[in-house]
Design a protein around this ligand. Structure first.
Ligand code: ATP
Ligand code: ZN
Length: 497
C-alpha cells in the first residue's frame, strides 16, 4: 500500500528507527548486525512473588518494540530469562517451607513462572524466542567462569570466584561513572576476600540451607551478572542488537555484564543498543516489593483487560517514569472502547459500501497519512504516546465523520481504514478481539431491524427498550443519519477473569 512501511524492511540492515542508546548516551539510527534479523535480550524476572505492574511495563514495552520491528518486516529473536535461583527466592522458600526449604525451594520459582505465563498471555505479549532459566544453564556458566579465570580476569577466594574489575580500564563508561567515584560510593561488602570493592561474584560459595551445584571451586551457585551474559549470548550469539531492562539495571547489572563480555569477546559492548524502561511509580516512588507500593499485574487484570493495560503503558514514553493510578487505567479503558467502536463501525460500513473507488480517494489519503504519522512517532525513539494519539485521532475521525458518510464511501477506502486500524493494532497489541461470533452479529442485526421498524411506527418506548437490552449485553447503538451502527464493548463481552 502506498506510503506505508509494513514489511518494507524485510531483509534490511538500516532501519528507519532511531533509539536512545544508554551505552553511548545518544540517539542513534538503528543498523542491525545481520540483515533482516533483530536480536534482543531483556533481563527477566526473579520469580519470587507475583509480578507487579512495574515489571509488566518493561515486558509490554519490549513486546511493542518487537512487534514494530516485525511490522517493518524483520525476523526477531527476543530472549528473556528467569533468574530462578537467588537470595530472595531462597529467603521466600525458607519462610514458606521452614525446615523443608532445601527440598522444596523450587516450588517458589515454579509457581511464579507459571503465573508469569498466565499474565503475559492475558497481556497479549508475543512469546519470546527462548526463556532460559539460570538453573538449566549452570554448566555453561561454570565454563564461562573457567574462561574468565584463564584470561586472568577472575580470581578464586574462599570457594567463591570474583570478577576483577581492574582488568577493564573503562569500567564505569557504560553507566557514565568514574571508577574512583564508584569506589568511594561503594558500600563495604560483607564478603571478605575481594581484591577491589567493586569486584563482584561470578560464583558464590555455598551457605548453609541454600541450594547448590558442584563446581571446581566449591559447591555453590552463579552470580547474577554472569548469568545474563551467558544466557543472552548462548541464544543470540555475540554481538547482538538490543539489550534491555528496567532503568534500575543500568548499574551495576548491565555495567557488569558489559565488563564480563569485554573480557570474553574483546568488544566494548556485546550488544549494540541498550534500552532502559523508566519506573512505574506509585505515590511518586518506584513500585517495588520491598517498598510495598505494589499493584500486581493479576490484580490489575482482574478489573481491566490486558489491552487497556497495554494502551495505558503506551500513553507514557518508555524512558519516562509513569505514575500508576486506577483512574488512569479506567480512562484508558474508555479510549479502548472508542477504538473498538471505530473498528466495528468500519466493518459494518464495508459490508454496505460501494465496490468502486481507487487510491486517490480522500479517505484513503487520510488513513494512510495517519499510519505514516504513527510510524514517524515510533521511529522517533518509540514515541508511543504520539503514535497512540494518532490512532485515537483516526478513530475519532471515523466515529464522528466517516460514520455519517456511509453510503458515499467505497469498499476500497474503508478497507484502507480497516488495514490501518489493524496494522496499528498489531503493533500496539490491541484489537485481539475483533472477530465476533457470527450468530451474535446476526442476532444484534435482527434486533436492530426490529428497533428500526418500531421507530418508523413511532413506538419509541419499545424501540428504547431494545436499545437498553442491547446495552446490557454490551452492544452500543449509534444512530448516524438514516443508518444505525453498533459496536460491542469487549470488556462486557469477555469480562476479565
Ligand atoms: N517499578 C518498576 N517499573 C518498571 N520496571 C521495573 C520496576 N520494577 C522492576 N522493574 C523491571 O522488571 C524486571 C524484573 O526485575 P526483578 O524481578 O529483578 O524485580 P525487582 O527490581 O527486584 O522488583 P522489586 O523492586 O519489586 O523487588 C527488570 O527489568 C526490572 O528493571
Ligand atoms: Zn540481566
Amino acid at each position: 500500500m502506498y506510503g506505508i512501511s509494513k514489511d518494507k524492511y524485510a531483509g534490511a540492515m538500516e532501519l528507519p528507527l532511531s533509539i536512545f542508546n544508554t551505552a553511548t548516551k545518544s540517539m542513534e539510527k538503528v543498523t542491525l548486525l545481520k540483515a533482516g534479523l533483530a536480536r534482543g535480550y531483556v533481563c527477566g524476572l526473579t520469580p519470587q512473588s507475583s509480578m507487579h505492574v512495574g515489571h509488566a511495563r518493561t515486558i509490554v514495552f519490549f513486546d511493542v518494540f518487537r512487534r514494530y520491528l516485525e511490522y517493518l518486516g524483520l525476523d526477531t529473536r527476543l530472549v528473556t530469562n528467569f533468574t530462578d535461583v537467588d537470595d530472595k527466592i531462597i529467603e521466600k522458600a525458607k519462610q514458606e517451607f521452614g525446615g523443608e526449604a532445601i527440598e522444596r525451594w523450587y516450588d517458589v520459582p515454579k509457581r511464579y513462572i507459571e503465573e508469569y505465563f498466565k499474565v503475559v498471555d492475558a497481556l497479549y505479549v508475543r512469546r519470546a524466542y527462548a526463556y532460559p532459566k539460570v538453573t538449566d544453564n549452570i554448566g555453561d556458566m561454570i565454563k564461562w567462569i573457567e574462561m574468565l579465570i584463564r584470561k586472568n580476569a577472575a580470581y578464586v577466594s574462599n570457594g567463591s570466584v570474583y570478577f576483577d574489575i581492574s582488568r577493564v580500564p573503562d569500567y564505569g563508561d557504560f553507566s557514565g561513572q568514574k571508577i574512583q567515584d564508584l569506589e568511594a560510593g561503594a558500600r563495604v561488602e560483607p564478603e571478605p576476600g575481594k581484591k577491589g570493592s567493586l569486584d563482584f561474584a561470578l560464583w558464590k560459595a555455598w551457605k548453609e540451607g541454600e541450594p547448590w551445584w558442584s563446581s571446581p571451586w566449591s559447591p555453590g551457585r552463579p552470580g547474577w551478572h554472569l548469568e545474563c551474559v551467558t544466557m543472552s549470548t548462548k541464544y543470540l550469539g555475540a554481538p547482538f542488537d538490543f539489550h534491555g531492562g528496567g532503568q534500575d539495571l543500568i548499574f551495576p547489572h548491565h555495567e557488569n555484564e558489559v565488563a564480563i563480555a569485554r573480557i570474553a569477546f574483546g568488544v566494548k559492548y556485546f550488544a549494540k543498543y541498550w534500552m532502559h524502561v523508566g519506573y512505574v511509580t506509585m505515590g511518586g516512588e518506584k513500585m517495588s516489593k520491598s517498598v510495598g507500593n505494589v499493584i500486581t499485574a493479576k490484580e490489575a487484570l482482574s478489573r481491566h483487560d490486558g489491552e487497556a493495560l497495554r494502551l495505558y503503558y503506551m500513553m507514557t514514553h518508555y524512558r519516562k517514569p509513569m505514575e500508576f493510578t486506577v483512574e488512569g487505567l479506567d480512562s484508558v479503558q474508555a479510549t479502548l472502547r472508542g477504538l473498538y467502536a471505530s473498528y466495528d463501525y468500519v466493518v459494518q460500513l464495508i459490508n454496505e459500501a460501494r465496490d468502486e473507488g481507487g487510491t486517490d480517494d480522500e479517505l484513503v489519503k487520510t488513513a494512510v497519512d495517519y499510519m505514516i504519522k504513527i510510524e514517524q512517532a515510533l521511529n522517533d525513539d518509540m514515541n508511543t504516546p504520539q503514535a497512540v494519539s494518532n490512532l485515537v485521532s483516526l478513530s475519532n475521525y471515523v466515529n464522528s465523520q466517516v460514520l455519517y458518510k456511509g453510503d458515499k464511501l467505497t469498499k476500497y477506502a474503508l478497507s484502507t481504514v480497516l488495514n490501518v486500524l489493524g496494522y496499528a493494532g498489531q503493533i500496539f497489541g490491541i484489537f485481539n478481539r475483533t472477530m465476533l461470533p457470527p450468530k451474535l452479529v446476526d442476532a444484534v442485526n435482527a434486533m436492530i431491524k426490529v428497533r428500526q421498524r418500531l421507530r418508523e411506527a413511532k413506538l419509541f418506548d419499545a424501540a428504547d427498550e431494545i436499545r437498553r437490552e442491547l446495552e446490557d449485553m454490551g452492544v452500543v447503538i449509534n444512530d448516524a443519519g438514516k443508518r444505525t451502527y453498533w459496536f460491542i464493548d469487549r470488556e462486557k463481552l469477555s469480562p476479565a477473569s
